[in-house]
Design a protein around this ligand. Sequence first.
Ligand SMILES: [Zn+2]
Length: 232
Amino acid sequence: MLFVNLKQIWEIFAEKTKNGKQIEVCGYLASRTNIERMLPKCNSEQPFNFNSNDHRELVPIICGVETSEDRASCSHYPTIYNSYDSIIWHTHPNNSKSYPSVEDIIKMLKPRPNPNPMDSLIICRWGIWEFNAKNKKTVDMSKMEPLLKYYLEQIGIVAFKEWKRITGKTDENEYRNNRINLTKNILDKINEIIFKLKTKLHTFDFNIHFTSWESLEESPYYILKNLNENEL
Ligand SMILES: [Zn+2]
């Protein structure tokens, strides 16, 4: 069991969007044993402290903060390194999707000279997405792109539909600018869609989980679903 305080990332990120600018933040999750390796790779200071003495606690390292009026996109490493470390994370700004993009998923499917990235987390307004592929292999983009686009867009469609049903409103801009109430109905539908996606990607040994902020309740800690301490 590996765990990490992700609420602090979200709170800092949400704070920074108050001036109306959209921010994407990205980085790695580091343990006590690998943090020294990651900091120079990221060109980063360590922004967060370990909160416990438990060796299974991870802390987020920030590799980049991108600000833009419209679409901000953040890079994980300076070009000289040209490789990822084990666990990557990034935020999706409030005006962006509250679920992974096609590129986010494809990044995890592609084979590389080492097994990294081994796990990917997206921190967004709805909560936390975690996904990985343990059997990475060459992707046929002409087939994969439309398939992923279809399933990921379904997540957006069911959420918008449910929001319209609950609020009686129809304005898509208003929907985008508000935190939607993730009812059991929406969560069930999200889980149905990601189950189908997992099935479609079974040859990649693909796994995906969604955890809403509500379900973390009082705890700031998120427990990783795809990796444990022996795999790091
Ligand atoms: Zn993304």
